[in-house]
Design a protein around this ligand. Structure first.
Ligand code: HPA
Ligand code: ZN
Length: 341
């Protein structure tokens, strides 16, 4: 309550979102709207029937639906509309900077030209700062269940068309597709001056985290929660302050953890790991960054200082220049002072 007796919604915590798949922001309503626009018949009669499928048993059960729903993305406008919808919602969630992954192979494979998907997403990102106050970077993520040669071929095409990508990532089915499969891809990306990140230790073992660092020379690990099974690895990650982009609601929905109460994030924070909170595929996992924070705080009672530290970790771990980082850290500091009770 303020002095006029009115209740204000507290301002959202300013954060950088570092782990976000743009195709995972396709909301059921937009899936139906794009299907209609493109004359595509969906295998669900309505939104409720689609939503009923959002009960996942593991990563693969989610990926099957995630790839199937991409069928509605056909034109540059479709990719731009999806991206703008995310940016609008992310801005409301407190996101001030977003490093956005897209899966080019998933689109090329179903016959959508590379330039269509890249230009569509990039056109929305180009005006994001002025339209939504969100600075952005684009990261091309490669599908680890596809051959490395295909990834290298698509990366070379992205470079040839001057796609505005800042880095590469590695996603999709983790178990059985170890980092060692992609050494040449990551070497090519490094030689091209690109940043490098990889999913590791979501469903796959802790050794995939070590191998991503040692074989792929990645600068951040997406998820990384299974590092907690290897004490020596935790010590290394703390010492090197390797950023781990954790996605709590995703981990619950994909059954990587049983419940939010069992989530290792508080223990990871207490161990001194460089963790941030991210939404992964918000349309599928029940929420955006603000929802992740709200549910975490509800279960784990994170203090204002701990929330500010998670936000500061996200900003410090972004591929941003120091001036922008300092400006965002100052915003977080102001949020912390205003939120202190
Ligand atoms: N894990 C792996 N691959 C993915 C994910 C994820 O959470 N989301 C989209 N592709
Ligand atoms: Zn992810």
């Amino acid at each position: 309550m303020d002095t006029f007796g009115e209740t204000h919604t507290p301002a959202a915590l300013p954060v950088a979102e570092l782990h976000l798949h743009i195709e995972g922001t396709l909301q059921p309503e937009l899936i139906f709207a794009l299907a209609e626009r493109n004359g595509i018949e969906l295998p669900y009669k309505d939104i409720d029937e689609l939503r009923a499928k959002y009960e996942f048993t593991d990563l693969q059960s989610f990926l099957d639906l995630y790839y199937a729903n991409m069928a509605v993305l056909q034109t540059e406008q479709d990719f731009a509309d999806m991206t703008r919808a995310y940016l609008q919602r992310a801005a409301d969630a407190g996101v001030r900077h977003a490093e956005i992954m897209m899966d080019p192979q998933a689109h090329v494979q179903r016959g959508v030209p590379l330039a269509i998907c890249v230009n569509g997403v990039a056109s929305a990102l180009a005006t994001s700062e002025q339209d939504f106050g969100v600075s952005t970077l684009l990261i091309a993520a490669f599908l680890r269940d596809m051959p490395e040669d295909n990834a290298i071929d698509v990366l070379n095409q992205l470079i040839a068309i001057n796609a505005p990508i800042a880095g590469i990532g590695l996603d999709s089915a983790e178990v059985g597709n170890p980092p060692s499969k992609f050494e040449r891809l990551f070497r090519r990306a490094k030689d091209a001056g690109l940043h490098r990140i990889a999913h590791a230790g979501e469903e796959g073992p802790a050794s995939y985290i070590t191998d991503s660092l040692d074989l792929l020379d990645v600068e951040r690990i997406d998820h990384g929660i299974r590092c907690m099974e290897d004490e020596a690895l935790v010590q290394r990650l703390v010492k090197e302050q390797v950023p781990l982009t954790v996605c709590p609601l995703s981990n619950v929905r994909l059954r990587a953890v049983d419940t939010l109460a069992d989530h290792p994030l508080p223990a990871m924070l207490a161990a001194g790991l460089n963790v941030s909170v991210n939404s992964d595929d918000p349309a599928y996992f029940g929420g955006y960054v603000d929802d992740n924070f709200r549910e975490l705080v509800g279960v784990h009672d994170l203090s204002v200082g701990e929330r500010a530290l998670l936000a500061a970790n996200s900003v410090r771990s972004a591929f941003l220049d120091n001036a922008r980082k300092e400006a965002l850290l100052a915003q977080i500091h102001r949020w912390e002072i205003a939120s202190e009770d």
